[in-house]
Design a protein around this ligand. Sequence first.
Ligand SMILES: C[S@@+](CC[C@H](N)C(=O)[O-])C[C@H]1O[C@@H](n2cnc3c(N)ncnc32)[C@H](O)[C@@H]1O
Length: 561
Amino acid sequence: MMQKNELVKVKIEDIGVGGEGIGKVDGYTLFIKDTIIGDVVEAKVMKAKKNYGYARLMNVLTPSEDRVEEVVCPMARKCGGCQIQEMKYPAQLAFKESKVRGNLERIGEVPGELLDQIMHPIVGMDGEGMQPFRYRNKAQFPIGTDKDGRVTAGFYAGRTHSIIGNTDCVLGVEVNEEILNCILDFMEEFEIPAYDEVKHKGLVRHVLLRYGFKTDEIMVCLVINGKTIPHCHDLVGRLRQIPGMTSITLSSNTAKTNVIMGDTIRLLWGQEFITDYIGEIKYQISPLSFYQVNPVQTEKLYGLALDYAGLTGNETVWDLYCGIGTISLFLAKKAKQVYGVEIIPQAIDDAKNNAKINNITNAEFYVGKAEEVLPEYYKEYEKTHNGETAHADVIVVDPPRKGCEESLLQTIVDMQPEKVVYVSCDSATLARDVKFLRAKGYELKDVTPVDQFPHTVHVETVVLLSKGEVDSKKIRVEFSLEDMDMSEFQDGATYPQIKEYVLEHTGLKVSNLYISQIKRKCGIGVGKNYNLPKSEDSRQPQCPPEKEKAIREAFKYFGMI
Ligand SMILES: C[S@@+](CC[C@H](N)C(=O)[O-])C[C@H]1O[C@@H](n2cnc3c(N)ncnc32)[C@H](O)[C@@H]1O
């Protein structure tokens, strides 16, 4: 075990979830902030536990060859928003790719040989060797007072309430700085106080900025500890001079809370939303809407999801955790019907509205928890359709970091879609869920990481799973729609009628397969290939005697025998 204040020399081998470099000294693990893979550093142990500890970087003894010569944002270390800005971009991508692969192997128990075949290189931002900045379409700056008593905008210094002034975050668009300076000058001039988190006093708390990359529309929303802002007309007059200004609003948040936005939005000028596009789909984005922050990479991510879904226009698709329907609407253009499920009612309102403005009529949206809505729909469908299971061709999930609940994954398996497309922002929970789906017979077919958040440790991944030998206990029966038995139209009762009769009179559930087997036995014609196995080695389950008896009773009742 290390001792506090001990000076150690460490080679950094990995990056932790919080962005700290990780190195080992005689088997003892140390986490050291502001280091990157390949650095050899001198560090001082600050906190020592039994098997691991935290150390402070004292000197970079030998810099990693992946270190950038000059860090673009001088605030990067203090701010903590960009954990790996000191790493060259290609090295960031390599790190993220190996993180996804490592989690799939370790947590997901996906064999390395399989990943060699199905995992594609990470999709980074364009430009070989470039350092991608200015990719975020959304920024939220806290407003406070600096030590000289001047109003300032910036970010909170780690674990404190004090704001370090920085009006130009290099991940955001350049116009943000002009807007913030305009607001700060206005506040200075009219002596409008910034909010003080500790005293719960003052007025202006945060400024939310959004920018439409395809439309150049700008949104400004001031979050205030009150209902109005004095000299509001003056502020609006200044802000609307900025080219692209489209929406100026106030959000009232008078609660003593860390939550940034208040519940109500008041329009000051323009309209309450800005418009932007992902691909050809138009989205109206209001201050409270969830919208992906990196539109360039989002288009690539959704393009992959669409590609993996392999739609031809005949499919029924579920988009679970659909937010404002971004993926749903992307897929709706190529599917027969899309159902979206999302927990936040406001997001579903946005989704419905977005469907409307794009003239999309084959997308329906439900508010609720995916793990409740889908299983309930499945059970209800079975009840009202005589034991038939609800059908889905493709199920897309894009859950938050914690991944999907097991009950939801089980319902997905029960529904047996041909394809499951999993979009994930946490490869550890993705790996856990992939393990579950593979154990239930789904095959992992493709894995592609996408870098949505350059300079941070986060990485998105999209994977495709296909229906394989689902549930090894059941024997696979293959048949297609073309083989469907049409003879029922000549022979008295339909399959659902027979099923209903059997269920009502005996409480037994019988399948189409069993009905067709007994029809054959009774010499009632069935379609030529109906339920005959396609491959030589397929074996069909045989109808048990009590079900045969019940089916024969139904045939008698319908005058078929
Ligand atoms: C990673 S976002 C994906 C949103 C959307 N697919 C997109 O790309 O814009 C996850 C979404 O899941 C929603 N959510 C969280 N828990 C949920 C649950 N249990 N059931 C349904 N939606 C949930 C969140 O509100 C959020 O909109």
